[in-house]
Ligand binder design. Structure first.
Ligand SMILES: Cc1cc2nc3c(=O)[nH]c(=O)nc-3n(C[C@H](O)[C@H](O)[C@H](O)COP(=O)(O)O)c2cc1C
Length: 219
């Protein structure tokens, strides 16, 4: 009996030591991975920002000219975020809004939606998603040109009820066998335009503070 008890204690001790030894490296790997993901998202975002509003169209430091945003249902934001303002000779020429489409097939689809000062779309890019390869991933520019179908669109073009995929009687194509993903993106882009229209003045009038600039640069 005593031998069994001793053996059990030894096993328990062994397990405890094993747990301590393995938990440390796992926690460290997790932190490093999360940090790497954040950096990759930032990199993808920076590349997308300059695709949406190329450097030839503005002369300010786009990456640090930011406007803080509070959690906002029309943008799908659960957490505070920031928008980026492009300026030429100090005057705003456009703004890029972070948008989360929350009703995709497989979780959040993160987008950047660029509009000019009149609310006309300069470009939309997907910065992260988990939609199915071969079905929903045609929202990515490297998979198809579909995302470019938003260029030049605005709230009156098309009319509000036509801001939908063809299957819902709208003007935007869906994909073969995949309607859920493009439907979510179309709705999210339309809602971003509504948000811009409702907040246009305060967004475009904003002048970023030193703290905001430093936060935008990841410091
Ligand atoms: C394994 C699997 C993965 C799918 N992935 C997607 C996807 O990423 N995006 C999407 O829109 N539909 C996807 N679909 C198809 C949807 O379930 C749905 O049938 C399709 O979007 C058409 O929707 P609708 O019937 O509302 O038009 C997937 C289906 C299966 C079985």
């Amino acid at each position: 009996m005593a031998a069994i008890g001793q053996s059990m204690r030894r096993s328990a001790l062994g397990l405890a030591i094993f747990a301590v030894i393995t938990a440390g490296p796992i926690a460290v790997t997790q932190v490093l991975t999360e940090e790497r993901i954040v950096q990759q998202v930032r990199k993808a975002e920076a590349a997308a920002l300059f695709e949406i509003i190329p450097e030839s169209r503005h002369d300010n430091d786009l990456l640090s000219d930011t406007v803080p945003l509070q959690p906002e249902p029309l943008l799908g934001l659960r957490k505070p975020a920031q928008a980026w303002i492009a300026r030429e000779d100090g005057k705003p020429v456009g703004i890029i809004l972070p948008v989360v489409a929350r009703n995709g097939y497989s979780g959040d689809i993160r987008l950047l939606v660029g509009v000019d000062t009149r609310g006309e779309i300069l470009g939309v890019r997907v910065t992260s998603h988990r939609e199915t390869p071969g079905l929903g991933d045609r929202i990515e520019l490297r998979k198809s040109d579909w995302i470019k179908s938003f260029n030049g669109r605005s709230l009156g073009n098309p009319e509000r009820e036509d801001w939908a995929v063809a299957k819902d009687n709208g003007v935007f194509d869906q994909f073969t066998g995949a309607t859920i993903t493009p439907r979510a993106v179309v709705q999210a882009v339309r809602d971003a335009l509504i948000y811009f229209r409702e907040n246009r003045q305060s967004l475009l009038d904003h002048r970023s503070t030193d703290t905001e600039r430093s936060l935008a640069n990841g410091n």
